[in-house]
Design a protein around this ligand. Structure first.
Ligand code: HEC
Ligand code: HEC
Length: 200
């Protein structure tokens, strides 16, 4: 497995911090001045605008969706994170899940990143596949539907491939009628570049 240098640094940081009084991770408690979302900052950044594509941007994401994912990592419903989230969520208390999700949801939306790909191509496939029906239109009325624009390109690509390979469940629609199942690899990349390069 490829080991990301930041991640090993992060693990070392966690190990070091857990030795310092006031950073008592072992019992699931927090130092007196520590907010429950601060430990998420190691990977996702305190304002949720992470810099590494491996770590999704949480800033401005829908609160209900964030809560649902945290529960999914805790309950074993989502396991495509290489074990990183699954281990961190065991350290947070149930009553902290909502305030943590609310913290990230109210941060400033991320800036799009232009990867130099054709925006028209990705937009056309995204719209023709019906993705925008849920991710743009339904997302205005349901906060469990994630916003995809301005998310990291490589994170989006990974999620779509994970859905296709059954590593993560996309939606309640059946796998045979899921438009994601029909996308070819080049289409997945075009969609991910278009989304990463689009403002919310
Ligand atoms: C050691 C690194 C690390 C830490 C610390 C961490 N995460 Fe994550 N998190 C990840 C990774 C990696 C993923 C993406 C997994 C994947 O590829 O599907 C992720 C995904 C998520 C997602 C899913 C986002 C989406 O768009 O679906 C949420 C929500 C999340 N993390 C919340 C948190 C919260 C809340 C905390 C703090 C309690 C936290 N994370 C701490 C590594 C971390
Ligand atoms: C019927 C509604 C619906 C349609 C159509 C739909 N999605 Fe989704 N999508 C969802 C929901 C709901 C989730 C959240 C799943 C969960 O809770 O884990 C999701 C999750 C995702 C994610 C993960 C986001 C993240 O932050 O981890 C990606 C990427 C995605 N969809 C891409 C697409 C693409 C591309 C299409 C079109 C080919 C599409 N979706 C069509 C409802 C839909």
């Amino acid at each position: 497995m490829h080991v990301y240098p930041l991640v090993s640094n992060v693990c070392i940081s966690i190990a070091i911090f857990s030795l310092i009084p006031g950073y008592a991770f072992a019992d699931g408690g927090f130092g007196e001045d520590e907010q429950p979302w601060e430990r998420c900052a190691l990977c996702h950044a305190l304002d949720g605008n992470s810099h590494m594509a491996k770590f999704p941007k949480l800033a401005g994401q829908q609160q209900g969706y964030l809560e649902k994912q945290i529960h999914a990592f805790r309950d074993g419903g989502r396991t495509n994170d290489g074990g990183q989230m699954v281990s961190i969520v065991t350290e947070i208390r149930s009553e902290d899940i909502r305030p943590i999700a609310a913290w990230f949801a109210r941060q400033r939306h991320p800036e799009p990143i232009d990867h130099g790909a054709s925006m028209d191509e990705g937009r056309e496939i995204f719209n023709a596949s019906g993705c925008q029906t849920c991710h743009v239109l339904a997302a205005t009325v349901s906060d469990v539907v994630p916003l995809l624009k301005a998310q990291h390109r490589d994170y989006l690509t990974k999620q779509i491939l994970d859905f296709q390979q059954g590593q993560r469940l996309h939606t309640s629609i059946s796998s045979t009628s899921d438009p994601i199942a029909l996308l070819r690899r080049t289409e997945v990349e075009a969609i991910a570049s278009y989304l990463a390069g689009s403002s919310r």
